[in-house]
Ligand binder design. Structure first.
Ligand SMILES: [Zn+2]
Length: 485
């Protein structure tokens, strides 16, 4: 099957923190899982560089906007290499490629765009308006900043025209929203009448022209949310005269389109984005996976509190694969989770190194002392391994990676118990050794999307391509190096 998978595109008005890293790792784990199964995936990430907020951040630092977005975008892009993220594309919304996509898209939905007056209470950080009914205190609920009253003439997108259609699509899970609590929230939002036509442009003067100009009206720039969503298309070459082949292949003709996003932006992805695609006559996404947020030691992560955890800090403490392991196995995607460096260190040490790493080293040690050739035709631990496989796949299909890996960790613990109970260091039957081989083989498979390097190390040491082989020869010459330092 052919997949398109995306992360959201973070605003580059600040350095990356672990919230973005977490989302990127989850998406990457899903992508690697699919690729392992022979599926063809285009994996897209990128950065959002437009909008008044970026312009103001650059200004306050005394930088030109172009230099500012270049510098901060690099901070995000370098995570790809640092954390072994397997993006195929990385789209910057200030690029000519994105601009071409937005212009084309605007023309495709022109019939649903009309000029009008907008008056409202605006949060610069959200780039969004609030009504006085929503915020009688005139403060942004997310940024706790005073809202600015704005009135301006700009363009509107006839969003309301598509609301009934979107309601049906979501009800019928044609766009599947996970978790179910968010689906309920979206449907409630649609019913509540608070969704109005969307104002999709802003005065170009306010941001000194920073942003994408509205086609045929240089006094207006495209509203940053309207332009940002189009990254999923422009990242595939949509709007390019040449090289839009990926758009046809991985969007229009994709078997499945999966967006990974955070809970703060689900309104944009579950209502605005489908409406925009319907207006343009383009294919809709299939899955929208919405994660919650981190607190740090019980507090909201914030610059003022000085508790922002930078991805690099985790690399220094534990390395790439333990960091990937932590974010795939620990936080509950669908609830807020608390992060602490103590917990991070404890998981890397106690769970990963002492349990998983030790089990693998231990088995290779035992195999060295066991028979030189093991026939693979006897059953013992097979039932447990098969059950683990079933649960692992079932949870993966529900996008619940944490649960999938909890099942694998149970297998690790049971395998350690098995070795203890059978006192295998004193020797064992051939069936026992077969079990050990099976466990290693399956661990390498299960952990491959999260820890590709550790998995590869196990596979190479085991030198076994599939469990249907008749027998496996154990390499007695080499010592197996520990997986985790
Ligand atoms: Zn705000």
């Amino acid at each position: 099957m052919r997949y398109f998978v995306s992360t959201s595109i973070p605003y580059v008005n600040d350095q990356p923190h672990i919230g973005y890293l977490w989302e990127a790792i989850l998406a990457d784990v899903f992508v690697r899982f699919q690729r392992e199964r022979g599926n063809d995936v285009f994996f897209l990430s990128g950065v959002d560089e437009n909008g008044l907020k970026i312009y103001r951040s650059a200004q306050s630092k005394g930088w030109s906007v172009v230099e500012f977005v270049q510098e901060t975008s690099n901070q995000f892009f370098k995570l790809k290499k640092e954390f072994n993220l397997s993006y195929d594309g990385f789209i910057r919304t200030s690029s000519p490629q994105h601009q071409a996509g937005v212009e084309k898209f605007w023309q495709m939905v022109q019939k649903d765009i009309y000029p009008g007056y907008y008056q409202g209470w605006y949060c610069v950080s959200c780039e969004d308006y609030f009504t006085l009914e929503e915020r009688p205190d005139r403060f942004c609920p997310i940024h706790h900043k005073r809202l600015e009253e704005l009135k301006e003439e700009n363009y509107f997108f006839r969003l309301t025209k598509y609301l009934n259609q979107i309601e049906d699509i979501i009800k019928q899970d044609k766009i599947k929203i996970r978790p179910a609590k968010r689906k309920k929230e979206v449907l409630k939002m649609i019913k509540s009448d608070q969704i109005k036509d969307l104002s999709v442009s802003r005065s170009a003067k306010r941001s000194q022209g920073w942003g994408i100009k509205v086609p045929d009206d240089p006094d207006q720039v495209v509203y940053v949310w309207f332009d940002a969503l189009i990254n999923y298309l422009s990242g595939l070459g949509f709007g390019q005269e040449e090289g839009s082949g990926n758009f046809e292949k991985y969007w229009q003709e994709a078997g499945a389109i999966v967006h990974f996003i955070g809970k703060d932006i689900f309104k944009f992805h579950t209502i605005y984005w489908p409406a925009m695609l319907l207006a343009a006559g383009l294919r809709l996404p299939d899955e929208i996976i919405i994660h919650d947020f981190f607190t740090v030691e019980g507090e909201k992560m914030s610059k003022t509190l000085g508790n922002v955890i930078k991805p690099e800090e985790l690399l220094t403490r534990a390395g790439v694969e333990p960091s990937r392991y932590y974010f795939s196995t620990q936080p509950n995607q669908f609830e807020d989770s608390d992060f602490s460096l103590n917990h991070f260190d404890a998981v890397c040490q106690n769970e990963l190194k002492n349990e998983v790493g030790n089990l693998v080293s231990r088995i290779f040690g035992l195999l060295k002392k066991g028979p030189a050739k093991i026939k693979l035709d006897q059953n013992l631990f097979e039932k447990e391994i098969n059950q683990t496989s079933l649960n692992y796949f079932a949870n993966f299909n529900q996008f619940d990676f944490r649960k999938a890996f909890a099942v694998v960790f149970d297998l690790v613990k049971n395998a350690n118990k098995f070795i203890e109970e059978k006192k295998l260091w004193q020797g064992g039957s051939e069936a026992d050794f077969k079990t050990l081989v099976q466990i290693l083989f399956k661990l390498a498979e299960f952990y491959r999307p999260v820890m590709p390097e550790a998995s590869e190390k196990i596979r190479l040491a085991l030198d076994l391509t599939d469990l249907n082989s008749e027998s496996v020869f154990i390499n007695r010459r080499n010592n197996f190096e520990p997986l985790f330092e």
